[in-house]
Design a protein around this ligand. Structure first.
Ligand code: ZN
Length: 1036
């Protein structure tokens, strides 16, 4: 994988706490893990390491232990915390000076086999031999990171062993380099008459990556703002430069960069540190001596005057107005990110400048009606050695470039003059408080990405964790000097000559030109080949296929066994009550650390059909238009001051036992600190009772932003759009899915965004409100600490009593509605009475699934392919078999055929909760042949050519998803949202354990064999001569 962390960029201190190990302790305590860590003495020697520093960080409930390895100089940070989801990562500073993608190809290739684990692709194999909660690898601009997490101690040791051996002792075979990086190969490798073409996973991955215009812009921005050293090149690889990389260069890069002296180790969680140190020391570090890595990046020379650049991109195929597709931003180089307090301040300052409708740049730029949304990377960027701030617009006319520049300069002047409202600063500090308290299940991963950049440049990662002291220091500065922030704006923005204006506009023939350049590159490479070399190229192609197809012995790899999986799950205790007479409320007491989570679901059953397509738009604007006495700006301010967020989204839930039944509604979600619950519920009341729909211009801004986000998201989520489309005609819910979440929705929003008169759409919103924002068909849920539950129930009661209830029962629009109430079942010693939650489901007794094939023509050089098959619902016993089968087919067949041989970035099979079996591929150079691969996969499954070991591995992989940790805020949600009880989950679990080889062959025959089930196909991608000729395809 390549790219910066979405989590680490643009967001402010995105830290959230993980769940506690001991579910019975309602308050955070420094448990045994912290106490153990606090015992370490400075200077203490442990397995070749020396303890340098031990620091308690009470606001995050953790203790940080900093160490260094004596003989190699490797750096180590351990964060002890009462969290069972333990994480390991190793990070190398990788600072390439060309765009061949060497760090990225290396990141892929080291995972292809190592000295101790010489089998092919141990990394992917371990996905099936472990109960990991996360495994991946990332190439950033200046470092490469290998993290994994797991809750199982044995698994931790296994994975650590594989990761260490991969990073420090990889095989780096030439064939691995060809497969992962690039190679010349005949289009059809077995036919030397077909032309030679470029192939390779990273080569295709990067071609796909730059179909995302936002990514392309970000890349240019960094390259041009920091042009002196490694930031001037593309660490992931430029598809036109990748073929210049040699195998020798790859090995050389590994020798100089993947060395302990250039490494930073990080461990997190409640497992003991000594065991980690021992294993890392013995299995890796003892085999090295210290070197001088010379990977540091020199300080960027500051410019004496601002610079400007203009670049080209592909055009947005959904924009009706191609004259308004220009992006422009103005960016300022800030400060060294190792200065943690200055960085903290500038990060806050950036949020004040661009965050939310009250920020000066939102008002000045977004509301100027020039563009569709902020430019990519708006705000603070702290992933490079020197941070930068960027602001601008996308979706503007080229002639407006000057205007945007002028507005930007004027806004900076105004901020210097007027400063910020105190309330906005308070709202931001409140946000930090929430982020410190809210617990996620991936805190270790959040930490490692949070500290990676700063640590990479010798900054102090422990300093970075002391957030509370930074807040205090910040308040102090502000108290002593009320113009503190204005002065920073003057220093870093007004008086800063290191400023870049970057603009990007589409070129109709951009992809054509790229393809031509690639063809020229190919010609260069092919023309210099002698006859002998051509013959070798052909033979090596065959050799690679032979290797990829060879059955593999993976017995060298460590593995957990199916018997290591917990046979039963702990049940979550839920309480049910009625509020305001008959509205069911689910209460779940959890150690939420002083936070309350309130959710509600309201039914769509009475909504007239013609309003339905506008529901997603309604959801995305309803909390942003103003309510009661509050205008939209004041509402945003109140939400930031009092809550951690309030959002609304469409909700389509398949029934667990009938494919032709589903629930349709919208979901309201919100969170706040205990003390702010009355304020948050008051905001909900106002949104339900008195929402505003008057501000037409503001509505237009919101619509344009939504439209821009949707079309920017296609290159990343193309396979999901393909799958949603492919399942459209298979179940009654499928059509609604496509309407709400598919390409139909993308196109609708795009059309609305381009309307000259948006009023007719705006007028639909109060009509939708009438059907949705009332308590007629509602249910609620609260997750909070036990001490807070009774207070919360009062607030919920008040809220429900205060919102409208229709006087007479409204009739559902569709006649077929069934009421469904889960039966109450004994749970442990207690009897949970869950039967009060009645869900009204839509059924279509006359529904007939039918086949449909759709091609969405997009100007991308790669395809996204989806094929869906209607199977069985969640509670059917075949469901468990199909779930295991999907995993088995992915690991043992599809990964090899689609990724390794086919050169796509990814591909596989999944089974959704709605009983749709989906084959997919991602950033795929092929399309039609991928469908035949799906067919072969089904034949392979029917033949039953897999061993018990393969089935067990698929089970482990499925269980690592089934048993993924759940945060206190989300406990009980499967029951509340989907109607899936713990008993049903336990039954499903038992069915999963029971799946045998015969079951797998049986379901493969029953559902996947050609002609057996109804299926849908969809492709998103470029012109396709084969599809064009075939009348059975719908072209869109
Ligand atoms: Zn990659």
């Amino acid at each position: 994988m390549w790219g910066r962390y979405p989590a680490a960029r643009r967001r402010l201190l995105m830290l959230s706490l993980s769940r506690t190990l001991n579910q019975k302790s309602w308050r955070w305590k420094s448990g045994p893990a912290n106490e153990r860590a606090l015992q370490y003495k400075i200077g203490e020697q442990i397995h070749g390491f020396t303890v340098n520093q031990v620091t308690a960080v009470p606001e995050l409930f953790l203790t940080a232990v900093k160490l260094s390895h004596e003989s190699t100089g490797a750096k180590y940070l351990h964060v002890a915390r009462e969290d069972s989801n333990n994480l390991f990562s190793v990070q190398f500073r990788t600072t390439p000076l060309d765009s061949t993608g060497v760090p990225h190809i290396l990141e892929h290739t080291v995972l292809c086999g190592s000295q101790k684990y010489p089998c092919r692709d141990p990394f992917f194999k371990m996905l099936n031999r472990s109960l990991s909660t996360f495994m991946n690898a990332f190439t950033a601009s200046d470092y490469t990171l290998y993290p994994f997490s797991t809750q199982n101690p044995k698994d931790f040791q296994n994975l650590l062993s594989v990761y260490l051996d991969a990073a420090f002792f990889p095989c780096l075979r030439q064939l691995d380099f060809w497969q992962e990086g690039w190679r010349l190969e005949h289009e059809n490798p077995t036919d030397p008459q077909t032309p030679l073409v470029f192939k390779g996973i990273v080569f295709n991955e990067m071609k796909g990556a730059f179909t995302d215009n936002e990514r392309l812009f970000s890349q240019h921005l960094q390259n041009k703002l920091l042009p002196d050293h490694t930031y001037a090149v593309i660490s992931g690889g430029d598809p036109l430069s990748i073929p210049d990389l040699t195998w020798e260069q790859l090995k050389q890069f590994h020798a100089t960069h993947y060395h302990p002296s250039n490494a930073r180790f990080f461990t997190y969680g409640n497992f003991p540190l000594e065991q980690h140190l021992k294993q890392i020391h013995e299995e890796a570090l003892t085999k090295f001596h210290r070197i001088e890595p010379n990977t540091a990046i020199p300080v960027q020379q500051l410019w004496d005057k601002p610079r400007e650049h203009h670049v080209k991109c592909g055009s947005d195929s959904f924009a009706a107005d191609p004259t308004k597709q220009t992006t422009i931003s103005v960016s300022f180089l800030l400060t060294d990110i190792t200065d943690t307090f200055e960085t903290f301040t500038l990060n806050l300052l950036s949020s004040l400048l661009v965050g939310g409708p009250n920020s000066p740049f939102y008002k000045a730029l977004l509301e100027a009606n020039l563009g569709t949304d902020f430019s990519p990377d708006v705000g603070f960027n702290g992933c490079t050695q020197e941070a930068y701030f960027s602001v601008g617009l996308q979706g503007i006319a080229e002639k407006d470039i000057e205007t945007v520049k002028q507005i930007t300069a004027r806004t900076i002047d105004e901020v210097i003059e007027k400063g910020f409202e105190e309330e906005r600063i308070e709202a931001l500090l409140h946000k930090i408080e929430i982020q410190m308290k809210h617990q996620s299940t991936s805190f270790g991963l959040a930490l490692t990405s949070y500290i990676a950049s700063c640590w990479n440049h010798e900054g102090d990662p422990v300093e970075l964790l002391k957030i509370a002291s930074k807040v205090t220091q910040f308040r102090q500065h502000l108290k002593e000097n009320p113009t503190f922030l204005q002065e920073k704006v003057k220093q870093y923005f007004k008086d800063n000559p290191h400023r870049l204006t970057l603009s990007m506009s589409p070129d109709e023939s951009y992809y054509e030109k790229q393809a031509k350049l690639e063809a020229e590159k190919l010609k260069q490479k092919v023309n210099v080949l002698s006859e002998e070399e051509k013959k070798q190229t052909y033979e090596k192609g065959l050799e690679l296929i032979a290797l990829q197809s060879k059955p593999q012995d993976t017995s060298c790899l460590p593995a957990l066994k199916v018997s290591d999986i917990e046979p039963t799950i702990p049940f979550t205790e839920l309480e049910m009550a009625f509020a305001a007479d008959e509205i069911p409320v689910q209460y779940c007491s959890q150690p939420t650390n002083g936070m309350v989570y309130f959710r509600a679901v309201s039914s769509l059953n009475t909504l007239p059909e013609e309003l339905k397509p506008y529901v997603p738009l309604f959801c995305s604007v309803i909390t942003k238009m103003g309510c009661g006495a509050l205008g939209y700006r004041e509402q945003a301010q109140q939400m930031e001051l009092k809550t951690g967020g309030m959002s609304v989204s469409p909700h389509i839930i398949p029934d667990d036992s009938h494919l032709d039944a589903y629930e349709q509604g919208v979901l309201f979600s919100s969170l706040c600190l205990d003390r702010n619950l009355p304020d948050m519920m008051h905001l909900w009341s106002e949104i339900f009772n008195n929402p505003h729909f008057e501000e037409e211009e503001h509505f237009r801004v919101l619509v344009k932003m939504t439209a821009q986000e949707l079309s920017n998201g296609i290159p990343d989520s193309g396979h999901l759009y393909a799958s949603v489309r492919a399942s459209k005609t298979l179940t009654p819910a499928g059509e609604l899915q496509e309407m709400f979440n598919g390409m139909d929705q993308v196109k609708l929003i795009k059309r609305i965004a381009e309307m000259s008169d948006i009023k007719p759409v705006l007028r639909k919103l109060p009509r939708i409100k009438k059907y949705l924002l009332n308590s007629d068909n509602m249910r609620c849920s609260v997750n909070a600490t036990p001490q807070q539950i009774s207070q919360a129930s009062k607030e919920v009661e008040n809220f429900l009593k205060g919102i409208t209830r229709s006087k007479k029962e409204r009739k559902p629009v569709r006649p077929h509605v069934i009421e469904k109430s889960p039966v109450s079942v004994p749970v442990g010693r207690e009897r949970l009475n869950c039967s009060q939650i009645t869900r009204k489901l839509i059924t279509e007794p006359t529904f007939k699934p039918c086949q449909m094939k759709t091609h969405f023509l997009l100007p991308f050089p790669v395809n996204y392919v989806g094929e869906c098959i209607r199977t069985v619902p969640y509670t059917a016993s075949d469901y468990a078999s199909l779930r295991i089968l999907a995993r088995l087919m992915t690991a043992k067949f599809l990964h090899r055929e689609i990724r390794e041989k086919g050169g796509a970035y990814g591909g596989g099979a999944t089974l959704s909760q709605s009983g749709i079996f989906t084959f997919y591929s991602y950033r795929d150079p092929n399309s039609i042949s991928t469908f035949s691969t799906f067919e072969k996969a089904a034949e392979w499954a029917q033949s039953g050519e897999f061993a018990q070991q393969d089935i067990d591995e698929a089970k482990l992989a499925v269980f690592s998803a089934v048993d993924a940790p759940i945060a206190p805020s989300d406990k009980g949600m499967n029951h509340f949202l989907n109607g899936i009880t713990d008993e049903m989950k336990q039954r499903h679990r038992e069915q999963l354990f029971a799946v045998s080889c015969d079951h797998l062959i049986d379901v493969a025959n029953k559902y996947l064999a050609g002609g057996k089930s109804t299926r849908g196909l969809a492709v998103l991608g470029p012109e396709n001569p084969h599809i064009a000729k075939d009348p059975s395809w719908v072209k869109r």
